[in-house]
Design a protein around this ligand. Sequence first.
Ligand code: FES
Length: 78
Amino acid sequence: MNQPKIAQKVPYVMDIEPGTYFWCACGESKKQPYCDGSHKGTDFRPVKETVEKKKRVAWCGCKHSQKAPFCDGSHSKL
Ligand code: FES
């Protein structure tokens, strides 16, 4: 399995509205933290996340979280 590209070594902390989101797993997207289709040709696929109500989230930015699409602190070990 190839390693994802580290988009940034901190999470993307955002207040988001209810809806469906596609978190970029490959790290190549130009629209971080969301998928823009740049994973094409790689082994990576975006992670779908449905949010029921408005809330603050910490999307994983380093792409190494074991709790993807959310930050688990893995960036501090890279
Ligand atoms: S662009 Fe990274 S998973 Fe789609």
